[in-house]
Design a binder for this molecule. Structure first.
Ligand code: KG4
Ligand code: ZN
Length: 347
């Protein structure tokens, strides 16, 4: 196999059908079809709707990826696919498509972890990951601090959320504020017009909570505090200052995330922090992380926003690393694992 393997990656863990093609550590294309508009009126992703949309989008998205990259499927050296974690039915569509492609083309198949892929995607953006790297993974379903000695082989979790994920908190607070789903980008935008005027709680950052949960997160108390604050305003018949609430809520989330991430780098003596997952697209998180990393002498790596949210490039990026490092492919009995743990990088 070439020293710069051509790897096609398929992502279907949630509502984005992603097909990415990577040559070695170079991204050739990142094709996406999203069913997000079909879920918006339900205020969250409906699993059956997502599965059906993946089924309909899969072949056109693969074709579009190949055409845009100017590659023929026959040139592909390996196929990678998200085998978990995620929505079971949605994952199954991607896994079945990847198996068919791998069998048809006679190439190896790699079932990979969605969360590790959110870390690995930074390789096609900023080059090889320093080993070890500290990764802050913040998405709609997960919030974790990960020590990553080798993204193809070894990841350990230093802490994670004990209730809501960061993205989930953005989505729920957006709903309280009457903003559309998914809420993250809308809160990000609204917050730019507002001021941090309300001091919302920072979970697990003081006293015994901090001692017991040094690198864990909690966002459910914050979400409730925002909801209560808004409700009190509404009951009093006063207008809700949406932009200020958005800015204050967002500041509470990114303050805790960046504080704990930098503390973890210090505690582990790690000089590089990578931030991945949909919430890493947040403009205030990116700015505050840069400020705090600069002050702590930590080098920050965050992919461009389009590579932070779910996509196929991240799966291809991790797949290419698996090939380059001679990792064992998955067998064709590969099945989707909706609760695949973050420490399990490939299936
Ligand atoms: O990684 P991702 O695309 O899907 C999962 O694996 O969950 O993350 C989606 C999450 C959603 O909760 C969405 O609201 C949030 O990422 N998100 C953002 C921003 N863009 C997406 N949160 C805050 N600010 C953003 N700009
Ligand atoms: Zn994700």
């Amino acid at each position: 196999m070439a020293d710069r393997p051509l790897v096609l990656g398929i992502e279907t863990s949630c509502d984005e059908t992603g097909v990415g093609i990577v040559r070695g550590e170079t991204l050739l294309v990142d094709a996406i079809a999203s069913s997000v508009d079909e879920h918006a009126r339900f205020g969250g992703v409906v699993p059956e709707v997502a599965s059906r949309a993946h089924l309909e989008a899969m072949i056109p998205t693969i074709e579009r990826a190949c055409t845009t990259a100017g590659v023929s499927l026959r040139e592909v050296d390996a196929v990678a696919v998200t085998s978990g974690p995620g929505l079971a039915g949605a994952l199954m569509v991607g896994v079945a498509a990847a198996k068919s492609l791998a069998v048809g083309l006679g190439v190896p198949l790699f079932g990979v972890n969605h969360l590790a892929s959110h870390v690995a995607v930074d390789i096609v953006e900023h080059g090889p990951l320093p080993e070890p790297t500290m990764a802050l993974l913040v998405s709609g379903g997960h919030s974790s601090l990960l020590l990553v000695p080798d993204v193809t082989n070894e990841i350990s979790s230093l802490g994670s959320t004990i209730d809501d994920a960061a993205g989930e908190a953005f989505d729920k607070v957006a709903r309280v504020l009457g903003l559309p789903f998914p809420g993250g980008p809308h809160i990000d935008r609204a917050a730019r017009e507002g001021q941090v005027t309300i001091d919302f709680p920072r979970g697990l950052t003081t006293g015994r909570d901090l001692e017991r949960h040094r690198f864990d997160f909690s966002f459910s108390g914050l979400k409730t505090a925002v909801a209560r604050w808004v409700e009190l305003r509404q009951r009093a018949g006063e207008p809700v200052p949406v932009a200020d609430v958005a800015a204050s809520f967002q500041e509470a989330v990114v303050d805790v995330l960046t504080r704990k991430a930098v503390a973890a780098c210090r505690a582990e003596g790690v000089g590089h922090l990578q931030i991945g997952g949909g919430v890493a697209a947040n403009s205030r998180l990116r700015a505050l992380a840069q400020e705090r990393c600069d002050a702590a002498g930590v080098e920050l790596r965050v992919p461009r926003p389009g590579l932070c949210t779910d996509n196929g490039a991240m799966v291809a990026a991790l797949g290419a690393q698996m090939v380059l490092r001679g990792r064992t492919p998955s067998d064709l009995g590969l099945s989707a694992d909706s609760s695949m743990p973050v420490t399990e990088i490939s299936a």
